[in-house]
Design a protein. Structure first.
Length: 299
């Protein structure tokens, strides 16, 4: 996904590199002795609180951190030829930061810890991934990281990734699935005509092949919570084997469905597994947001 020349969103790039560090060999990192890895610095005492972009269950997201991440995100989008509206970019970046904080907080509650030695090992692995300390320093400068902000972001990314993996690992590898053939039409009047033909005894498979000669309308196997249209999915799972649905409207058009087979514990395809894992993660974050106190101080 990312090579040594990272052009993606800085935070996402850091998360990827954190994961790379997680799977790095346990051998001693081959780092240059002439340059030190980022270490924690103790800020001088101050009576002036640092300005915040947001606060998540009492945990601050500094304004400087938000603005630096916003710059990284906008630069990445521009490099990809995908300029984005300023307000949209701000919403995306703030939402991403809040989500990472929520995940990291969930990891801490679940018992995840990352001590200083482990963090230094991850930083060493990150340096090796990029080609050495010199390349790490160059990457940090290009991405706008200081030693402290890199350590903060990396610690959060590692904890968030741990919690993400814990959430998605709860999704089973098998599920009840249905095998569906459909007649998909883009005009309601035409769909009604086909439905009348079916009611009069026309063969479903022949009509489906007429509409779609390539696949014959076979859309394959899928579990619940996979299709983009909840209406189509509910209709599919309400059928008996051999049964035919009424006309179901979705954004794609007008569907008439036929249930070919059902399996109670069919292995999920990689695509279906990924879709269910993504939904589980989004559902967890949505629930966590409802249960959290999130104060936002930027527009």
């Amino acid at each position: 996904m990312f090579g040594s020349h990272v052009h993606k969103h800085g935070l996402l790039a850091l998360l990827f590199l954190a994961l790379s560090a997680c799977s790095a060999p346990s051998s001693t990192p081959e780092i240059s002795p002439t340059l030190a890895l980022p270490t924690e610095t103790v800020p001088p005492p101050t009576q002036t609180p640092l300005p915040l972009a947001a606060r998540v269950n009492g945990e601050p997201i500094l304004l400087d951190e938000f603005l630096a991440e916003l710059n990284r995100y906008q630069a990445a989008q521009a490099a990809l030829g995908n300029p984005i509206d300023e307000q949209a970019a701000r919403r995306i970046v703030l939402d991403d930061l809040v989500s990472q904080v929520l995940l990291a907080q969930g990891a801490a509650e679940a018992g995840f810890t990352l001590d200083e030695a482990a963090l230094q090992a991850r930083l060493a692995a990150l340096a090796n991934h990029l080609g050495g300390i010199e390349f790490l320093r160059a990457w940090m400068q290009a991405q706008g990281y200081t030693d402290d902000t890199l350590r903060t972001a990396l610690k959060r990314a590692i904890a968030a990734a741990w919690m993400r993996d814990k959430i998605i690992s709860s999704i089973p590898q098998t599920a009840r699935q249905v095998h569906i053939r459909q007649i998909l039409l883009y005009n309601e009047t035409v769909a009604q005509n086909y439905y009348r033909q079916l009611q009069a005894g026309a063969d479903f498979d022949e009509l489906a092949a007429r509409v779609d000669p390539i696949t014959g309308g076979d859309i394959g196997w899928f579990p619940r919570n996979y299709l983009p249209s909840k209406e189509v999915e509910e209709a599919a799972f309400s059928l008996e084997v051999g049964g035919i649905s009424a006309i179901v409207q979705s954004e794609a058009g007008y569907h008439i469905l036929k249930l070919l087979e059902v399996q109670e514990e069919r292995p999920l395809s990689p695509d279906a597994l990924l879709a269910l894992q993504q939904r589980a993660l989004l559902d967890w974050l949505a629930q966590r947001r409802q249960q959290s106190v999130i104060d936002v101080f930027v527009q």
